[in-house]
Each structure stands twice: as C-alpha cells, then as structure tokens.
Ligand binder design. Structure first.
Ligand SMILES: [Zn+2]
Ligand SMILES: [Zn+2]
Length: 383
C-alpha cells in the first residue's frame, strides 16, 4: 500500500506547514543514514520521510495529494511511480479514465474525466487541448538605433545594417518538423497508450512520450523544432533626405519571423544625427553664426557665407549689429515629405579689429573724434 504521508510524518491531516516542518526535521534526524550506519530499515524510513515531506511541504503537491490521495510529477503517469505500488485512493476507479487527455475519446466512459482535466491544468499549467505552440504567431518587432552624420541626414543615404533576427528556418519552412512521415512512438508502439503493471493492478495510461498521438514528431535538426533560427542579416536601409534626429524608420517584415509561417514583425530604426561643427539643424532650417568685420557691419556688404549647398552671397545692410539674424530663403534642408526646403538663418557676429599698427590706431582715433557720442547713453537712462 502506498504510504500515508501524514502518518509517515506523524502529523494530523490538518497540521500546519510549521508542524509538518518540525515533524520532518525530528524524523529526518532520527532516521538519518549517517546516524544509523548499516541499518537498512532506518534508511527506508528516512526515504519515506523525505518523500512525505517533499509532497506535504509544497502547496501544489499537497493540494493534489489531499484531493486524490497521491502525488505524481506527471499526471499521466500517476500511480505508476517508482514506489511500485498502486495508489488505492480511488478504490477501484479506472485510472485511465481520469488520465485520458482532453479531446481524447478513447476512454471517455468516466464522467469525472473533465473534472480531472481541470485539476491537471491547475497543477501543471498545461493546456490539455491543442498545444499553445500550434497557433501561428506574428513575429515580434525589432528596435535598432542608428548613428548617421549630419550630411547623411540632409542628403539621405543607404546604410547596411547587420541585424540579428529570428528568421524562418529554411530547412523546414518554419514548421519545425522534419519532412517525411513521423515515426511510430517506440514507447507505445503507436497505440498512444501504455500499460503499467503495479502489483495485482494493471492500468492503461496515455503514453507520456507521444502525448497519446502514437507518433513522434520529427524535429527539424536545423532549428531544433522551433521553426526559426537566429541569424545576423545585412539589411539595407534607405534614409530619406532631410531625416531628423529621433526619426523612426520602419522596415516592413524585417523583425523576427512569426511561428509556423505567420508574418514577421517589423524592424524599427531610430536615427541619431551627429552634430556638425558649424551648421545647426532646427527642423528643416539651418542656423549658422558668421563673423562680420566692423567695416562690413558699418558700411553694409555682400559677404560669403557657407550653406549646405556650398558658398553663397549674403547681403548685410549698413549698421548691422552684433547678433542680428538674416534669413536666406530656401537654403535649408529639403524635406522629402513636403518637398520643400527650409531656410538658413545667419547670425552676424560683429568682431572688433585686433589693432597692432599705428595707422589703424590713428584711423580709430579719428573715428572716435567724429563720433564722440556715448554708446552707453541709453543704459544710463534706464538705471
Ligand atoms: Zn527547421
Ligand atoms: Zn507513445
């Protein structure tokens, strides 16, 4: 007969987890093989105590034991454990009814089969119906960051990216199964059932090896049955002209492959645009600061300024002051979506001359005599 775990530990059926633990420790010490060298009976008792504690100390196992009178790691093989004794919890109940899997009508005479199925799902978290893996699932999206320089962003470019992604296995076409007929399950010889003999009792169980199908699915060797393999692939990405910092590009179908032929996810690339030492991007506008001499600022001038197209002439008026900004229309970035160009904004940085020669000093003194007015006059009014 199967042991009564509560009896083995010498505790009541409603004993608390704490009581169970205490009882186990006491008995384990008492029957420990180290303390009973050569005592076979003590060793057996020690093993039984261990087994009882293993089940009663774990809520899920304990729940199963309390409900059906035994515990087994594998619900389908229940009662056929190494203990070599049938469990009598059901008193003659035909085990095969309780353990036939969902959707399996071979042993559907037992009215309780559905209930047991529920219990097993609860214990093993396994769906006894269609395996979850059978449903094709769309592949997941991939996110990559990509650094491009200022000019690549403005002019657009093609970039080759090495992407590590899950690809549909070419060997099996994503099915995970090797081509050809599946082999007959050697465990049950293709019947889907195995017979277990325990003492005087014989019972038929769903074959655990093939899940009652009678056949072993030949796993594809290339992908180990997953249907997908991880590969590093070179993906060509076209960056459109005018791409901006933080833009997110989508490359359809270059995410991870789906399972069982379901569509792949997408690849998303987020752009990081490196700054330029001179040009600053402000959306589709370009901003730049350029030095201006005092004679140019004072007299007005046509000055050469850099643009993203090369050099261009900018007319600055008489009396240009430091920090004054000028707009050069449509000298900014071409926006590939609107088809329009932004502007370039030029800031004038009026520079004082570095004077070393006498002649220039003379000229500046002369200038001062001509313009003796206080440039800070406006400030005093406000103080
Ligand atoms: Zn494969
Ligand atoms: Zn089998």
């Amino acid at each position: 007969m199967a042991q009564d775990y509560y009896q083995t530990l010498g505790v009541a059926r409603d004993a608390s987890a704490d009581d169970i633990r205490k009882a186990y420790r006491k008995l384990a010490r008492k029957h420990h093989p180290d303390l009973n060298p050569g005592d076979k009976a003590a060793e057996d008792r020690f093993k039984k105590v261990q087994e009882a504690y293993d089940v009663l100390s774990e809520p899920k196992k304990k729940q199963m034991y309390d409900q059906v009178g035994f515990y087994s790691e594998n619900g389908a093989a229940a009662g056929a454990g190494e203990k070599g004794e049938p469990h009598m919890g059901f008193g003659g109940f035909d085990f095969s009814d309780a353990f036939s899997r969902g959707g399996n009508a071979r042993h559907s005479s037992g009215g309780n089969a559905a209930d047991f199925q529920d219990i097993f799902q609860q214990w093993f978290g396994r769906n006894q119906g269609a395996p979850a893996a059978a449903a094709p699932q769309k592949g997941t999206d991939l996110e990559y960051g990509l650094n491009i320089d200022f000019w690549q962003a403005i002019k657009g470019t093609q970039v080759k990216l090495n992407i590590t992604r899950q690809e549909a296995c070419a060997t099996c076409g994503g099915t995970g199964t090797r081509a050809g007929a599946n082999t007959v399950c050697p465990e049950c010889n293709g019947t889907g059932n195995v017979t277990q003999q325990a003492g005087a009792m014989k019972f038929s169980l769903t074959c655990p090896r093939c899940d009652g199908t009678g056949r072993l699915r030949n796993k594809c060797a290339a992908c180990a049955g997953d249907g997908r393999i991880s590969t590093t692939e070179s993906v060509e990405v076209r960056i459109p002209p005018g791409a901006q910092q933080g833009s997110r590009l989508r490359v359809a179908g270059k995410g991870n492959a789906g399972t069982m032929g379901a569509p792949a996810g997408d690849l998303y690339i987020t752009l990081r645009v490196e700054p330029h030492p001179l040009f600053r991007r402000e959306g589709d506008d370009i901003e730049i600061s350029v030095p201006v001499r005092i004679d140019e600022a004072g007299l007005g001038a046509k000055i050469e300024v850099p643009t993203i197209d090369g050099r261009a002439l900018l007319k600055i008026p008489q009396g240009t002051h430091n920090g004054q900004k000028f707009r050069m229309r449509e000298k900014g970035v071409l926006n590939s979506r609107s088809g329009k160009r932004g502007d370039q904004i030029v800031e004038a940085l009026v520079q004082a001359p570095v004077v070393q020669d006498e002649r220039t000093k003379e000229l500046l003194r002369e200038y001062a005599q001509l313009h003796p007015e206080d440039p800070r006059a406006g400030i005093w009014v406000q103080v």
